[in-house]
Design a protein around this ligand. Structure first.
Ligand code: ADP
Ligand code: GLC
Length: 485
C-alpha cells in the first residue's frame, strides 16, 4: 500500500510528547512490513541537522491565503520509508515547536495551514499517489477536507482515502473564522456541519467531520470521548454521529528503542530475566547520586516523566504525596506550564534530599529515570493512550495511575492476582493516596518482583497495533483482505 503519514512531530526528528513516538514508530513499522510509506514533517530548528543528509531537495510554490510561498522540501530515505521535511524557516525554524514559554505561537493557523497544503503539494510534485492519507491531531486536521474540497479531481491525490487519528481531544486547533481561507478553503466552511465550532474555525473538527475513518489511541478513550463532555471536549456529539467510523487502536511502543537491555543511557543493561541482578539497582544508584537524593536508598523511588499540563494531574499527585512524605523518594522530569513548574519546584525545594525536580525536555535523563524508578506515577485526569506507563513497565517500574483512557487499557489493579499496577479514580486525591498506599506497602512485600516481571514481559510492541491500522486501511480501500500472513 502507498501510505502518506502527515504529522507535526515524529521521532527521531522532533518531539514534544507521545504523538512523536507514535507518528515516527508507526511509519517505520508500516515501512518494515513492506508498505510504501511517505512521512511528511515540518523542518523545525531541532530537526535541521537531519536535513543535512537529504538525498534531494525540491522547491515548491505553496499557496497561503492570497500569497504563494516558495519553500523547499528535503527528502530522506530509510528503506521503504521516505521522509519529507517542509522547510520554511520563517514559520518552522523557531526555538519551539508549537510555542515558547508556555504560550502558543500566534500564527499557528498560518503555520499548519501552510504545512497541510505543502504536504499535498509535495506528494503531487513527487507523484506519490497515496491510497491512504493518514493525518494526526489538529495540526494536520485540514488534510481530509482539503482532499475533498480542493484535490478531489487531482490525478495524483484524487483517489486517496483519509484516516484521521485523534491523539488528544483537548487540543482543538481553534482559530478566528478568517483562518479558514489560509489553506484555500471557502468561508462557507464556517458552518456547524463543517469545521465551525462555537464561532471559531476548528482544525480538529475538520478532521473529525471529513476523514473517511477516525481512530483514536485506545479503546477506552474511543468510548470516553463519545460519552462525556469532559473527555469529548464539546465534540462528543460529532463523534457519536460518526461513531461507526471511529475505532480505538491502542498505541504500540518502539520496543527496540525503549529496551533496558540495549539502552546506552543506562549504567548497566538489564532485562526481565535479570532485573534483580543489579542493572536496575545501578540505574537507581546513579540517578540518586545525580539528583542528590539521599534519605534512604531502600525506600521506593517514585518517578514522573511528563508534560506539565492539567491533563497529567500532577497537582493531584503532589497533594497525595505530601501526606506520605516518609515513605518514598521522588524524581520528576517535566516541561510545560510555567505555573505548574513553579509549584513543583517549590515543593522540591522544601525537601531537597527527598524530592528532585528537573524542568525541561531531556530525552536521555528520561531513560535513566524510567530505569531508576521503582514506582512510576501517572495520575492523569484523562489519558488518550499514554506511553509513559508502557515505557515504565518495560523498564521494570510498577505503575500507579488513573483509571482513564489508555491507562485503563494497560494498567490493571494488582489485587486481582494477575494485575500489574495500582489504579485510582482520575482527579481524586484520596483515591490516588489509597493507590499509593497499596503500592508503597506492596513494594516491601513478596508480590513486588512478580509485578515488576509481569510489566516487563508485557508485549507493548507495534506488531498488533500496526496490523490493526493495516486492516483499517484495507477495509477502507475496499480491498479483499485475502489470507492473513
Ligand atoms: P503525552 O503525549 O500526553 O505527553 P505520553 O505518555 O503518550 O503523553 O507520551 C509522552 C512521551 O514524551 C514519552 O515518550 C515520554 O517519555 C516523553 N516525555 C514527556 N515529558 C518529557 C520530558 N520532560 N523530557 C523527556 N521526555 C519526555
Ligand atoms: C497524546 C496523548 C497521549 C497519547 C499520545 C500518543 O499526546 O495525550 O495519551 O499517548 O498522544 O498517541
Amino acid at each position: 500500500m502507498r501510505i502518506l503519514q502527515a504529522a507535526s512531530e515524529a521521532v527521531p526528528f522532533a518531539k514534544t510528547g507521545g504523538l512523536a513516538d507514535v507518528a515516527g514508530s508507526l511509519s517505520a513499522k508500516l515501512a518494515s512490513l513492506g508498505h510504501d510509506v511517505f512521512l511528511v514533517l515540518p523542518l523545525y530548528r531541532e530537526t535541521r541537522s537531519w536535513a543535512g543528509n537529504a538525498r534531494r531537495t525540491l522547491t515548491l510554490g505553496v499557496p497561503l491565503g492570497s500569497e504563494t510561498r516558495s519553500l523547499s522540501v528535503a527528502l530522506l530515505e530509510k528503506g521503504n520509508l521516505r521522509i519529507a521535511f517542509v522547510d520554511d524557516p520563517a514559520f518552522f525554524g523557531r526555538p519551539g515547536v508549537y510555542g515558547e514559554n508556555g504560550a502558543d505561537y500566534a500564527d499557528n493557523d498560518r503555520r499548519y495551514s501552510l504545512f497541510c497544503r505543502a504536504v499535498l503539494e509535495a506528494a503531487k510534485a513527487l507523484e506519490f499517489a497515496p491510497e491512504i492519507v493518514h493525518a494526526h491531531d489538529w495540526q494536520t486536521g485540514l488534510l481530509p477536507i482539503l482532499l475533498k474540497r480542493l484535490y478531489a479531481g487531482d490525478p495524483v491525490l484524487g483517489r486517496a482515502h483519509s484516516v484521521f487519528t485523534v491523539h488528544n481531544m483537548a487540543y482543538q486547533g481553534l482559530f478566528p473564522a478568517s483562518s479558514v481561507t489560509l489553506s484555500g478553503l471557502s468561508l462557507k466552511e464556517m458552518s456547524p456541519s463543517s469545521l465551525e465550532f462555537y464561532g471559531k474555525a476548528s482544525f480538529l473538527k475538520a478532521g473529525l467531520v471529513f476523514a473517511d475513518r477516525l481512530t483514536t489511541v485506545s479503546p477506552t478513550y474511543a468510548r470516553e470521548i463519545q460519552d462525556s463532555i469532559e473527555t469529548g471536549c464539546g465534540m462528543e456529539g460529532i463523534l457519536r454521529q460518526r461513531s461507526r467510523f471511529l475505532t480505538g487502536i491502542l498505541n504500540g511502543l518502539d520496543v527496540d528503542y525503549w529496551d533496558p537491555e540495549k539502552d546506552p543511557n543506562l549504567p548497566e543493561p538489564y532485562g526481565a530475566a535479570t532485573v534483580f541482578q543489579g542493572g536496575k539497582a545501578a540505574a537507581k544508584r546513579a540517578l540518586r547520586r545525580e539528583c542528590g537524593l539521599k534519605v534512604d536508598g531502600s525506600l521506593p523511588l517514585i518517578g514522573i516523566v511528563s508534560r506539565l499540563d492539567r491533563q497529567k494531574g500532577l497537582d493531584v499527585a503532589i497533594a497525595a504525596l505530601e501526606r506520605r512524605l516518609g515513605g518514598f523518594e521522588l524524581a520528576v522530569l517535566g516541561s510545560g506550564d510555567p505555573a505548574l513548574a513553579a509549584s513543583i519546584r517549590q515543593y522540591a525545594s522544601r525537601h531537597p534530599s527527598r524530592i528532585y525536580f528537573r524542568e525541561g525536555f531531556d530525552e536521555s535523563f528520561a531513560h535513566g529515570l524510567y530505569a531508576a524508578s521503582d514506582i512510576f506515577l501517572m495520575p492523569s485526569r484523562f489519558e488518550p493512550c499514554g506511553l509513559g506507563q508502557m515505557i515504565a513497565m518495560r523498564y521494570g517500574a510498577v505503575v500507579v495511575g488513573s483509571r482513564a483512557g489508555g491507562l485503563a487499557d494497560t494498567v490493571f489493579e494488582a489485587d486481582s492476582g494477575s494485575g500489574n499496577g495500582f489504579l485510582a479514580e482520575p482527579g481524586d486525591v484520596e483515591s490516588l493516596g489509597r493507590a499509593l498506599d497499596r503500592a508503597l506497602e506492596a513494594f516491601h512485600g513478596p508480590m513486588w518482583p512478580k509485578l515488576v516481571e509481569r510489566g516487563m514481559r508485557t508485549d507493548f510492541s507495534w506488531d498488533r497495533s500496526a496490523r490493526a491500522y493495516i486492516e483499517l486501511y484495507e477495509n477502507l480501500m475496499g480491498a479483499a483482505l485475502g489470507p492473513k500472513a
